[in-house]
Design a protein around this ligand. Structure first.
Ligand SMILES: [Zn+2]
Length: 388
C-alpha cells in the first residue's frame, strides 16, 4: 500500500466547513490530527489557558527525528463572518463555484494550511513515507484573537520538549495579487500608548483661574506628529506614529476640563526596540512640553516586536522554488501588520508565504482553486530542495 496523499482543495473545503471562530476549535484541529496521524506524524493536541482568557486548543505534529527540521506554522482559527446573509456562498459551507473556493478562512489561512499538509503528504509519499530530516506543523487556534494562548505558548511548550527548528514557513496570505508576487521576510513591531495631559478644571468664563489641558495636548500631539522616528532602514520603511483617538469626555459647554488624553499606535522598524522607542518618544514629548505642560505617557504592554529574516540560503531556496513553480520573481516585503512570526523569530529564521490576501477578513473571502494547486506545488518544491 502506498502512503496516503491529500488533495489540497478537498482538505481546504473540509477545513472551511469547521466553524472555528477564535477561540472555538470547531473540528479543524481534529481534522488535521486525523490526516497527519494517518501519514505517520506524531500528533499532540495542547490546550493553553490563563486567567481572564478563553482556553484555546493548539496542535503540534512532527515526522522524522533527524535534522534539518523544517516547520510549517499556521492557524485554523478565523475572524467572525459578520452578517452571513451578505455572503454569496455561506461562510462555513466550503462551496466551490467557477473554480473558486468560498468561505471564511479560505485565504487567512485554512487554504494555506491545507496546501502545507498536501505538499508534505506528497513529499512523504514520494520517499516511501519517511522524510530525510524532520517536518513539523505548529498550528494554533489563537491567532486572530488576543494571541496569548497560541503560538507564543506552543513554541515554549515545544522548546521544553526539546524541539529545535532550523527554519519555519508561516502560511499567512503574503501575496498581493498573484501567487508568487510577495514573500514577507519581516514585519514591523507595534506599540500602543496614551498621552495624558493634566490641567486644572474651571469655569470657561474664568480661564485665568483654570489651566486648560487641551492647549498642552495640541502642542505635544503636533510635536509628536512632526518629528520623524527614523528615515527607514535598509529593509524597512520609516517607523510611524498615528494618533487614533482624542479623549476628553466633556459633556458640557461651560467647563474647562481637568485632563485630556490622546491614544496612539506606533509601527516601528529595526532601528528601534520597545525600550529605545519609549525613551525617544518621551524625550520628544519632554522637549515640546518644556516646563509648561504637565504630561505623562501610559504605555500598554506589548509582545509585538519586529522581525526580519535576512538574505541567505533559506530565502534563496524559497525564492527559487517560487520561480520554478510560478515563473514569478517574488518581492521581499516587510510591510503590513503583525503576525505570529514575531514569536517564531525567537526560535528560528521564519518567513511568510501563502495565498493571495485580497479578500482576507472580507465578506466572500475566497481563493482560486488553481492557487491552491500552485501553492501546494511551491511548498512541495521547497520540501524537495530543502531535503534534497
Ligand atoms: Zn492569518
Amino acid at each position: 500500500m502506498s502512503p496516503p496523499t491529500a488533495d489540497p482543495t478537498v482538505l481546504a473545503r473540509d477545513l472551511l466547513r469547521c466553524r472555528s471562530v477564535t477561540p472555538a476549535e470547531g473540528g479543524a484541529l481534529g481534522l488535521l490530527e486525523r490526516v497527519l496521524k494517518g501519514t505517520g506524524f506524531e500528533v499532540h493536541r495542547v490546550t493553553f489557558a490563563e486567567p481572564g482568557t478563553a482556553p484555546v486548543e493548539n496542535l503540534y505534529a512532527r515526522i522524522g527525528s533527524d535534522k534539518p527540521h523544517l516547520c510549517f506554522a499556521g492557524h485554523t482559527d478565523v475572524v467572525p463572518p459578520g452578517d452571513e446573509a451578505t455572503w454569496t456562498h455561506p461562510p462555513f459551507a466550503g462551496e466551490i463555484a467557477d473554480g473558486t473556493l468560498y468561505g471564511r478562512g479560505a485565504v487567512d489561512m485554512k487554504g494555506a494550511v491545507a496546501c502545507m499538509v498536501a505538499a508534505s503528504l506528497d513529499h512523504l509519499a514520494a520517499r516511501g513515507g519517511k522524510p530525510k530530516g524532520s517536518i513539523s506543523f505548529l498550528i494554533t487556534g489563537d491567532e486572530e484573537g488576543i494571541a496569548v494562548n497560541g503560538t507564543i505558548k506552543l513554541l515554549k511548550w515545544a522548546a521544553e520538549r526539546g524541539e529545535r527548528f532550523d527554519h519555519c514557513i508561516l502560511g499567512e496570505p503574503s501575496n498581493a495579487a498573484a501567487i508568487g508576487d510577495t514573500i514577507k521576510v519581516g514585519r514591523r513591531g507595534s506599540l500602543n500608548g496614551t498621552l495624558v495631559i493634566t490641567g486644572k478644571q474651571g469655569h470657561v468664563a474664568y480661564p485665568q483661574l483654570a489651566d486648560n489641558p487641551v492647549r498642552g495636548l495640541v502642542t505635544l500631539m503636533s510635536a509628536l506628529m512632526a518629528a520623524p522616528l527614523d528615515h527607514g532602514s535598509a529593509h524597512f520603511d520609516a517607523s510611524n506614529l498615528e494618533f487614533t483617538s482624542i479623549d476628553i469626555g466633556n459633556t458640557v459647554v461651560n467647563l474647562i476640563p481637568g485632563e485630556a488624553r490622546a491614544r496612539f499606535n506606533i509601527r516601528f522598524n529595526d532601528c528601534h526596540s520597545h525600550t529605545s522607542l519609549k525613551t525617544l518618544i518621551e524625550r520628544q514629548t519632554a522637549d515640546a512640553a518644556r516646563e509648561r505642560v504637565k504630561w505623562r505617557i501610559d504605555w500598554e504592554p506589548s509582545n509585538a516586536d519586529w522581525f526580519f529574516t535576512g538574505p541567505g540560503p533559506f530565502v534563496d531556496l524559497v525564492v527559487a522554488a517560487i520561480k520554478e513553480v510560478t515563473g514569478a520573481e517574488p518581492k521581499l516585503s516587510t510591510t503590513g501588520g503583525t503576525s505570529d512570526a514575531r514569536f517564531i523569530k525567537d526560535y528560528c529564521p521564519v518567513l511568510e508565504f501563502g495565498l493571495v490576501g485580497q479578500t482576507m477578513h472580507q465578506v466572500d473571502e475566497r481563493t482560486a482553486v488553481a492557487d491552491l494547486a500552485k501553492l501546494t506545488g511551491v511548498y512541495r518544491t521547497i520540501l524537495e530542495r530543502y531535503f534534497g
